[in-house]
Structures are given as structure tokens and as C-alpha cells.
Design a protein around this ligand. Structure first.
Ligand code: UT7
Length: 325
């Protein structure tokens, strides 16, 4: 017998405050035309001042638990992918654990910026397979608006806040096959030599402030296109799968042009790609579970579909996950 990880429910949450490109153009030297043409973004949601990452995570988690039909007290592992924790410590995951009324198991954050959800899923899958957890919550949650430098128009127009969550359950099978519902494989990478391309210029050990997000956009774009193509191929080859086997690409939503490029390399028509960048902008670790939940709730993604998730972010970090929904 083998233990595999099944995704049994999903949920998401977006703060109420919607900010359009035109709203931004009132305080930043930018335009709706530029932002749409370069990124595909039309609007983003921003958390209010008293709304924290753990609040967003809680709402997404509650919806995922409800969708899965699981009570919060059954959860024995919570992993939150976030780069905008409520506090430097403790982890946002333990605050979420408290809000959910859980007292058992383990809760911790994973810091891989925009790849945070894929990293968190990889960690949870390993822990479930090795018998360390039975029912886990995997969350991507961000208030990335807190790190935006409103004097830097090349970055401040690109991001939004939000959270998404999935409930992952241990299931015993005779042997794992590609046709079974569950996580088929995860593939994560990083290259710390490329840190200067995308980083936050603050931190408890350096400036004792949260700092501002800083990005060399063109170079990050170039690495994203290359690394994402490589990691999706790696995921397919590892499982003897073809491009045509994938039902849905559920990509990190940084830039529509990057998503177009990955879809083209996979020979996937855009109607097989879950696209939320237009409405959510780049929500960092939250973007994949937000897109997944959108696809499921809209009736696009159906049980049995093969999903390919992929992301790249600061670090640089990147990764992919193949999941049979
Ligand atoms: O999630 C983590 C991973 N992040 C990403 O994947 C983001 C990757 N990078 C990108 O998405 C794109 O590089 C950007 C959207 C950030 C920028 O697009 P670009 O096509 O690479 O534009 P650019 O940086 O080359 O800028 C082109 C022009 C410049 O003007 P000049 O020098 O040509 O006169 C910029 O000053 O656009 C100007 N510009 C703007 N204009 C209006 C830059 N930002 C803005 C703006 N509004 N917000």
C-alpha cells in the first residue's frame, strides 16, 4: 500500500476594496492602456489597513474546509505560503491555526515568494506520503500591497492582495497511477545567485523594517519564460505524460504575456488556461489557489481533470505541480 495526497476541497478570498488601473493612474504616472498592454491586468484587490494576511487566509481556509466537508479541528498540518506574514514571528500559519480552533498537529510558513504555494504543496505532499500528517491545509495568502513602493511605477501597478487554500487528505492506494485523483508529482527549484533581480529591500536582520519590493522586470520576465518552460517539461517527462494530456494549466498570475508563452510552449489553447491576472493582478503565493478556486467554482475544472500548476518568484524560486483533481 502507498499513501498519496488528494486535494479534496478549495476556497479563496479577495478583499473588498477593488482598485482599477484608472484609480492608480490618479496617483502614479501610468495608464490603463500601458498596464493592460504589458501585463493583462485591469484591476486588483487591496486589503484594508486592519485586514491582515491571516484574516485573508482564514476566510480562504474556511471556504476550502466547507467545500471539502472537513471540520477545522480535523486538520493536523497547516502550511501557509506567504512573503507578507502578519508578524515577523510567529508564523502566519499558527495564527491561522488559532483562528480555526485547532490545537493539534503542526503549523508553519513557507517563504518562496510567488512560488510559495507550489513549495507548500510539495512540503505537504512529502509529509503526507511519509505519514506525518493525515489532513492538511495548504494556503497561499498575501497582503503584498504592504510592500509596494508607490514611487516605483514599474512595480506598484503589478500586485494585489488575496488568499487561496486547499484541503489535502492522505489516502491509501494499492499503487499510484496518473489516473488517480491526487498530487502526481511536485518539482521545485531555486537559484539564490539571482536574488538581486527580485527582492524586498527590508527585513528584521538588515533594516528592521518590512522594506519595499524591488524588481528588474525585464530580466525576471526572461527567466520566468525559460524556467517555467523547463519545469513544466520536467513534470511531464517525470510522469511520461504529453502536453495534450493536461486538461488545465493553472499558472501563477504575474503577467499574461508570460502565461501566453508557457501555454504556447505546451501547445495549449488559451481556453485551457485558468486566467485571473486581469481581475486579481499578481497576488504572489495566493495566485495559484485563487485561480484554482475560480476554475472549480466556475465549473471549468471538473473532478478527474489533470492540472498543471507552475510559478516563479523572488529567490529566484520556481516550481510545478501535476495534480489530478
Ligand atoms: O511574480 C514574480 C515574477 N514577476 C514577474 O514575472 C514579472 C516579470 N516582468 C514583467 O512582467 C514585465 O517586465 C513588466 C510588466 C514588469 C514590465 O514590462 P516590460 O515590457 O518589460 O517594460 P519595461 O520595463 O521595458 O518598460 C518599458 C517602458 C519604459 O519606458 P521607456 O524606457 O521605454 O521610455 C518604462 O519606463 O515602460 C515604462 N513604464 C511604464 N509606463 C507606464 C514602466 N512602468 C510603467 C508604468 N506605466 N507603470
Amino acid at each position: 500500500m502507498k499513501t498519496i495526497s488528494q486535494l479534496i476541497g478549495c476556497g479563496s478570498y479577495l478583499p473588498q476594496n477593488v482598485v482599477t488601473n484608472d484609480d492608480l493612474a490618479k496617483k502614479v504616472d501610468t495608464s490603463d492602456e500601458w498596464i493592460i498592454a504589458r501585463t493583462g491586468i485591469k484591476q486588483r484587490h487591496f486589503a484594508s489597513d486592519d485586514e491582515y494576511t491571516s484574516d485573508l487566509a482564514l476566510k480562504a481556509a474556511q471556504r476550502a474546509l466547507e467545500h471539502a466537508g472537513v471540520d477545522g479541528t480535523e486538520i493536523d498540518l497547516i502550511v501557509v505560503g506567504t512573503t507578507t506574514p502578519d508578524r515577523t514571528f510567529p508564523a502566519t500559519a499558527v495564527r491561522l491555526q488559532k483562528h480555526l480552533g485547532c490545537r493539534t498537529g503542526a503549523a508553519f510558513d513557507v517563504q518562496a515568494v510567488c512560488s510559495g504555494f507550489v513549495y507548500a504543496l510539495a512540503v505537504v505532499d512529502s509529509m503526507i506520503q511519509s505519514g506525518q500528517a493525515k489532513t492538511a491545509l495548504v494556503v497561499g495568502a498575501e497582503t503584498i500591497s504592504r510592500l509596494l513602493n508607490w514611487k516605483d511605477r514599474t512595480t506598484c501597478v503589478l500586485f494585489g492582495d488575496g488568499a487561496g487554500a486547499v484541503v489535502v487528505k492522505a489516502v491509501e492506494v494499492e499503487e499510484q497511477t496518473n489516473g488517480q485523483a491526487g498530487i502526481i508529482s511536485t518539482h521545485i527549484h531555486s537559484d539564490g545567485n539571482l536574488e538581486e533581480l527580485l527582492y524586498c529591500d527590508g527585513g528584521p536582520s538588515t533594516t528592521q523594517t518590512a522594506g519595499y519590493l524591488t524588481m528588474a522586470g525585464k530580466e525576471v520576465f526572461r527567466h520566468a519564460v525559460t524556467n517555467l518552460a523547463a519545469v513544466v517539461n520536467e513534470a511531464l517527462e517525470a510522469n511520461n505524460l504529453q502536453d495534450s494530456d493536461i486538461d488545465w494549466l493553472v499558472p501563477h498570475q504575474a503577467n499574461k504575456r508570460i502565461i501566453d508563452s508557457t501555454a504556447k510552449k505546451l501547445k495549449m489553447p488559451m481556453d485551457k488556461v485558468i486566467l485571473t491576472v486581469e481581475d486579481h493582478a499578481n497576488t504572489s503565493a495566493a495566485s495559484i489557489p485563487l485561480a484554482l478556486d475560480h476554475g472549480v467554482r466556475e465549473g471549468l475544472i471538473k473532478r478527474g481533470d489533470l492540472l498543471l500548476m507552475e510559478a516563479m518568484g523572488g529567490g529566484l524560486t520556481w516550481g510545478a505541480a501535476l495534480v489530478r483533481w
